[in-house]
Design a protein around this ligand. Structure first.
Ligand code: SF4
Ligand code: SF4
Ligand code: SF4
Ligand code: FES
Length: 940
């Protein structure tokens, strides 16, 4: 449980030692230089009335409520904008300031509707609080004069209302949108009495640039900007701190409840990853957890053509165990396995892989990270010795040059993108390497210095060309390389070859050589250069090579081991890092230790009381292939929708159809469940107790806000399946699972729920040497000792555009939807995105007679689908783009089985396709999302 209202010190904290000593109302206090008088007073325990100030925003000094008197100074300065000085004596409650404050409040209240008792913010309104704090007893000006009481409400946003009649024009919302979110959607229009907050040029919130992050709602001191759920359900009365279950940023939230009902999610100021900020998904899109589509009773069926039959838990668990055992008896342990989910907690993932290894008796466990960031694990392990990002998010505040490769942070990792944009607005330079002109390339107050708009599939050629410039122009950090790295000479000889020069590859990559040279110089000569990357790096046939290429580049420039540098994967799902850490790859036990290592296996065998196989098990694609060959027959799918998210869906569904037993544990009947024989209801993140690990290795607590709606915890169900198969597994609480993880995993040795309660969150490695965790890795030396340069020759993908398939398709995600959309499609987020669209360049569209909104067929050599076209010059000619949030589109029907050479991560980002106008032409269509699935009416 946490405080509903977190303390607000009025202005942001200043870094540094407390060297300034002053006295506030007789109380001594010491603060760092630059601290405001208001904050110093708050630290001394004196709350100065305020309205326009909040400690999340720079002081503004507009409301004049925070006036104080300072001995030896004339007048009554605003405490929020006055820096504290050594020896200062401040008085906050003199008759003079009391009178002035009362006057100010009178003016505010005389233009404010007095409907406090029925107002949605009653009890959570700073105007109400301040009226009390200044002792306002009367309003002399009356309410008859000109006022804003009739200002029209804007209810266009599905999640919050804007009622300008209650606005005090404090500008907190505008500043939150500018300073924190970085969208600059709001302005104060007009002057004096006529001034008012406006989204865009007189537009509604929905029509404006607003991305619905909620920062303005949180900053608003009145009921002007307020969550619709609070208006409808009433003010919450208690809160529980937990972690967002969407992306790998891992934002902390206060889940605020009224009774047992979740009213709102408020980003937690002390959250290490988000520091009080949020995006539309974590902040508002939690309604899926209580959506009527949730399946709450276990179901079984003999054949996938049979109707589902609801059963008791014991029968469902017994069926799984009996049929898995039967397959094992007839076909061996190699015929059964499981897929773990990066949406589940560390504790859940750990027990699933334990079930497979100890109860199933195979190493056939793989994770959905196979299809996203497995090359990250491989590439960073080979070069640095640890399969994880190097920095914490905070570190970006020290970066001088930021290189974003194959990632779209404003859509995919919005809260981190806001941090990054803050740093860029402060002056950091930006290099974007992406075929698509993502928002970061040009957005309010941000322009990338270089956008290397490469052809899809040529990442390695580009990173090699950058490194070629660094080496051949003598921009390497020689002392760093000499002291910290190995293999440099061999790599330098390779990278210096003419074939790797920007000039040699420019025709192939499509990036002008001069642009590559300029970007390389910028990165190499920066005091601190940081690389952030996403699936546009990993989901290629050379994904692992590219990860190593970036690691080489960072080492060559000495950009590892301190704030503001590093090689940082922006992880897709909430617990991708954790699911990999927990040993859910077929070749690795927890902590990335190979199953062939006898000493490591011994540790687990001793604790688990069983024998483990030293050979790696099957990867996900191998499971599918083996299923079609008849050697893999039983699969437990924990919280993944492989029939929608994995490539070449036709191949996946054929494999699923061929299996004797498919068990799906999930919230909804998803595409995979259509091929399942047993359905085990899962729990939403609001019902879970455990931990997630975000992209910066930060282990965050997930706390149950409500009991599991199905009546059972997922980790417990898995234990019961293992037990029913003859391998007893039992824990009383997820904390015991974490204790076991800590026992067997050196990088988690110091982690426990107790430590997490004390620290809030911990970044692994956390052990005796680093009891508080490790925000920055490889500081003195690399995890593997010396950082290893690995030559990374460019090998073109086999997927080429041809006469038949002349365009290249690349896929990605958008802000309002998430992955296969199972969650976000069941929320009001569909207001922003109701279908997957195919972005196509105007020239490519014109060549095909396609106009904006036309329905088109998208075909590759493996499949074909239909969707509507969006004409956009964000893509270069020859490249088209779509998302895969809707099963009705099934974009992965067309993606191929090509994959990364080292990890089998699918090559989602390069598929040769043809696009053609679908016939008959659709003149009008009404699209509406119902029950999570898009229904399309064609009207011709
Ligand atoms: S919700 Fe976010 S983006 Fe929209 S106006 Fe408010 S702060 Fe700006
Ligand atoms: S909407 Fe709220 S935060 Fe914005 S100016 Fe009005 S009162 Fe202040
Ligand atoms: S940035 Fe990611 S973790 Fe944070 S609120 Fe948004 S979806 Fe959740
Ligand atoms: S709080 Fe200082 S002027 Fe508004």
């Amino acid at each position: 449980m946490s405080l509903l209202k977190e303390p607000d010190f009025g202005t942001p904290a200043k870094e540094g030692a407390a060297t300034i000593s002053l006295e506030v109302d007789g109380l001594p206090v010491s603060v760092p230089e630059g601290t405001s008088v208001m904050r110093a007073a708050a630290l001394a325990g004196v709350d100065i009335p305020k309205l326009c100030a909040t400690d999340r925003l720079d002081a503004f000094g507009s409301c004049r409520l925070c006036l104080v008197e300072i001995d030896g100074r004339r007048g009554t300065p605003a405490s929020c904008t006055t820096p504290a000085a050594d020896g200062m004596v401040v008085r906050t409650q003199t008759p003079k300031v009391a009178r002035l404050r009362e006057n100010v409040m009178e003016l505010y209240i005389s233009d404010h509707p007095l409907d406090c008792l029925t107002c949605g913010a009653n009890g959570d309104c700073e105007l109400q609080d301040m009226a009390g704090a200044v002792g306002l007893r009367q309003v002399r000006y009356g309410y008859e004069g000109e006022n804003h009481f009739d200002a029209i409400k804007d209810q266009s946003n599905p999640y919050f209302d804007f009622d300008p009649s209650k606005c005090i024009v404090c500008s907190r919302c505008v500043r939150a949108c500018d300073e924190i979110q970085g969208t600059f959607a709001l302005t104060i229009e007009g002057r004096g009495f006529a001034s008012k907050v406006s989204p865009g040029a007189g537009e509604s919130f929905m029509d404006s640039e607003c991305v619905s992050c909620g920062a303005c709602v949180q900053a608003c001191p009145t009921a002007t900007l307020q969550e619709r759920s609070v208006i409808e359900l009433g003010m919450p009365s208690r809160s529980v701190i937990t972690t967002c279950a969407y992306c790998g940023v891992g934002c902390s939230f206060k889940a605020e409840l009224r009774g047992d009902e979740l009213v709102r999610m408020v980003p937690h100021k002390d959250g290490g990853a988000n520091e009080g900020h949020s995006c539309v998904k974590g902040r508002f899109a939690f309604g899926y957890a209580t959506h009527p589509d949730r399946v709450l009773r276990p179901m079984v069926r003999e054949k996938i053509t049979d109707p589902w039959r609801e059963v008791e838990w014991e029968e469902a668990i017994g069926t799984v165990a009996r049929r898995m055992l039967e397959i094992r008896r007839l076909h061996g342990a190699g015929a059964i396995g499981a897929i773990t989910s990066s949406r589940c907690t560390n504790e859940e993932v750990y027990v699933v892989q334990k079930m497979v290894r100890a109860a199933f008796g195979s190493n056939n466990v793989d994770t959905c990270a196979r299809v996203c960031h497995s090359p990250t694990g491989y590439g960073l392990k080979q070069t640095f010795g640890e399969s994880a990002g190097t920095q914490d998010f905070r570190s970006v505040a020290q970066a001088d040059v930021i290189m974003v490769i194959g990632a779209n942070p404003t859509d995919g990792h919005p809260v981190f993108a806001s941090r990054m944009k803050q740093r860029i607005r402060q002056g950091a330079r930006l290099i974007v390497i992406d075929p698509r002109r993502i928002d970061l390339v040009r957005s309010p107050h941000i322009t990338a210095d270089h956008h290397l708009q490469l052809n899809p599939g040529t990442n390695v050629a580009v990173v090699n060309a950058i490194a070629h410039v660094v080496v051949t122009e003598g921009l390497v950090d020689e002392s760093f390389i000499a002291a910290r790295c190995e293999g440099f000479d061999e790599w330098a000889e390779f990278i210096s070859r003419e074939g790797n020069s920007p000039e040699a590859v420019q025709q192939l990559t499509g990036v002008p050589a001069a642009e590559v040279r300029a970007a390389a110089r910028l990165y190499a000569q920066a005091p601190n250069g940081a690389i952030y990357y996403g699936l546009g790096v990993t989901e290629h046939s050379q994904g692992s090579t590219m990860v190593m290429g970036m690691a080489n580049l960072a080492m060559a420039c000495g950009n590892i081991g301190r704030d503001g540098v590093g090689v940082n994967p922006l992880r897709g799902q909430n617990n991708v890092q954790g699911s990999c850490d927990m040993g859910s790859f077929p070749h690795e036990l927890s902590g990335y230790r190979h199953v062939s290592d006898d000493a490591v296996r011994q540790v687990f065998e001793n604790l688990w009381g069983t024998t483990l196989l030293p050979e790696p098990g099957l990867r996900i694609p191998n499971m599918f292939d083996a299923a079609l060959e008849g050697t893999f027959r039983g699969l437990f799918v924990h919280g993944e929708d492989i029939a929608q998210s994995d490539p070449n869906v036709g191949h996946v569904t054929a494999a699923l159809s061929a299996m004797e037993l498919v068990v799906v544990q999930d919230l909804f009947i998803n595409e995979t469940a259509k091929f399942a024989h047993v359905f085990l209801p899962g729990a939403s993140f609001l019902e879970k107790d455990g931990t997630f690990t975000n992209a910066e290795r930060r282990i965050n607590r997930v706390r149950a806000v409500m009991k599991p709606k199905s009546g059972r915890h997922e980790w417990d169900i898995v234990c019961q399946v293992a037990t029913a198969m003859g391998y007893p597994m039992h824990y009383d609480h997820p904390s015991q699972i974490m204790d076991e993880i800590a026992t067997v995993t050196p990088t988690f040795a110091g982690v426990s729920f107790e430590r997490l309660e004390q620290a809030g969150s911990i970044q692994w490695p956390c052990d005796a040497d680093a009891p508080d965790g490790t925000p920055i890795m490889h500081v003195e030396s690399f995890t593997r000792g010396k950082g290893r340069f690995v030559p990374t020759p460019f090998v073109p993908t086999e997927e080429r555009s041809t006469r038949r398939f002349p365009l290249i398709l690349t896929t990605g995600r958008i802000l309002s939807q998430y992955n296969v959309g199972a969650q976000t499609r069941r929320t009001a987020n569909i207001a922003w995105h109701q279908e997957d669209l195919l972005e196509i360049h105007p020239h490519d569209a014109e060549d095909r007679g396609i106009t904006d909104g036309d329905e088109v067929t998208l075909a590759s050599r493996v499949g074909q689908t239909k969707l509507r076209a969006k004409i956009s010059d964000r893509m270069p000619t020859g490249v088209v783009y779509t998302t895969f949030h809707y099963p009705v589109t099934g974009a992965n029907v067309v993606t191929t089985e090509n994959s990364d050479w080292a990890t089998n991560c699918p090559e989602y980002k390069v598929t040769a396709v043809q696009v053609a106008l679908a016939r008959p032409a659709v003149r009008d269509r009404k699209a509406h999302a119902q029950d999570g699935v898009l229904a399309v009416e064609l009207v011709d």
